[in-house]
Design a protein around this ligand. Structure first.
Ligand code: FE
Length: 184
């Protein structure tokens, strides 16, 4: 498992940091991400979106401020951190939805009636740390940001991927998908 084997590096994170609880939810980080990737795959989305859904929270693993720090009230900017880390190996079609998935939550809270009410308590809490609902100006800016639509799709898989009894494939199931997306 070396830098030359990025999928192996990511698999290692899933098997180590990934076993921690997912921030205030009834699933581990690993289970959350596998569920999210599976939901994207079942929805028939392209490889890049399956990968983004699978990897959207790696910034909680790799960031200087951990996910636990976020839950104590410090924004760990895990979308940015994760996207930068993934950018070593993947293009913007993967990294941008990851980078924007927190913004997508702030966007959906602002524009979609009923969205906030359906969020989990932990997600409502982190919303406050992450800046709360977008202003109208922020909404307008987000809507013209490249990959914003993909980020919203990832966000919906993220929100739905908190089922404590869901069964998912293991990480290995996603290796071919990730392999197809690696940059030369
Ligand atoms: Fe998530």
């Amino acid at each position: 498992m070396t830098r030359a084997d990025p999928v192996g590096v990511i698999a290692g994170l899933f098997a180590s940091d990934g076993l921690q609880d997912y921030l205030g939810e009834a699933v581990t980080q690993q289970a959350h991400l596998l569920q999210s990737g599976m939901l994207a795959e079942r929805a028939g989305t392209p490889d890049a979106l399956v990968a983004a859904a699978l990897l959207h929270d790696v910034g909680h693993f790799t960031g200087v401020i951990s996910g636990q720090g976020l839950m104590r009230g410090t924004d760990n900017r895990h979308g940015e951190v994760g996207a930068r880390w993934l950018g070593q190996w993947f293009g913007p079609e993967v990294t941008e939805p990851v980078r924007l998935h927190v913004a997508a939550k702030r966007y959906l809270v602002a524009v979609e009636a009923g969205y906030a009410a359906a969020l989990s308590p932990a997600s409502v809490y982190t919303l406050s740390v992450q800046g709360g609902p977008m202003s109208r100006a922020e909404v307008a800016e987000f809507e013209v940001t490249p990959y914003a639509g993909d980020a919203v799709r990832v966000r919906r898989f993220d929100d739905a991927a908190k089922d404590p009894v869901a069964t998912t494939p293991g990480f290995d199931h996603f290796r071919p998908c990730l392999g197809r997306l690696l940059r030369e």
